[in-house]
Design a protein around this ligand. Structure first.
Ligand code: FAD
Length: 150
């Protein structure tokens, strides 16, 4: 069976300071990378400190199993699946789960996609989330290259 791509948005239950929220995101990413590597899943998780935006891609059964676990996780709520579609190629082939938290450095990327501080989660589309995640992926890649060559 071919690969699928699943996009969802959810409301975070991770409270606390920026540092505590970053720690929460890192903990999610660490488990995600371990499991997703095992399951051949790739994707990107963006956290704007109020909402999570995630793209998951891979074998249909594996992605649906991961999404069932994710949906039951108490670290977020109001998980709203926006799209599942068949794909020929992956948008995030290099990341078992890329991740990024909103910060002053990447704020312009969120704003460019119409995601301000008063986001209405019912109005966000899967196309917006996919484009946001791809731009954040590019930003993270550039940051890493800059760090390596510093
Ligand atoms: P463990 O990590 O050992 O966790 C066991 C149980 O404890 C699970 O039910 C887990 O939900 C719960 N748990 C763990 N840490 C905490 C905590 N700090 N607070 C409350 N409960 C906790 N998993 C993936 O495999 N792939 C993903 O791409 C992925 N993306 C995620 C995105 C978001 C926004 C969130 C919130 C979670 C995501 N997860 C993802 C994690 C997923 O929800 C499960 O926790 C994880 O898959 C279970 O992995 P595990 O079997 O190794 O159990």
């Amino acid at each position: 069976m071919g690969d699928i791509q699943l996009v969802y948005i959810s409301t975070s239950n991770i409270q606390g300071s920026e540092r505590e929220q970053l720690h929460g995101l890192r903990s999610i990413l660490s488990t995600s990378r371990k499991n997703n590597q095992r399951d051949g899943i790739t994707g990107f998780l963006a956290f704007d400190r109020s909402f999570f935006f995630q793209v998951l891609e891979g074998d249909r059964d594996k992605v649906m199993a991961a999404f069932a676990r994710i949906g039951a996780d108490p670290r977020h709520k109001e998980v709203r699946r926006l799209e599942i579609r068949s794909i020929r190629g992956r948008s995030f082939p290099e990341w078992s789960m890329g991740g990024s938290m909103r910060s002053p450095e990447n704020q312009a990327i969120y704003l460019r996609h119409g995601i301000g501080s008063h986001l209405d989660p019912l109005k966000v589309t899967s196309a917006t989330i996919l484009r946001l995640a791809m731009d954040l992926q590019d930003f993270e890649r550039t940051q890493r290259l800059a760090l390596k060559s510093a």
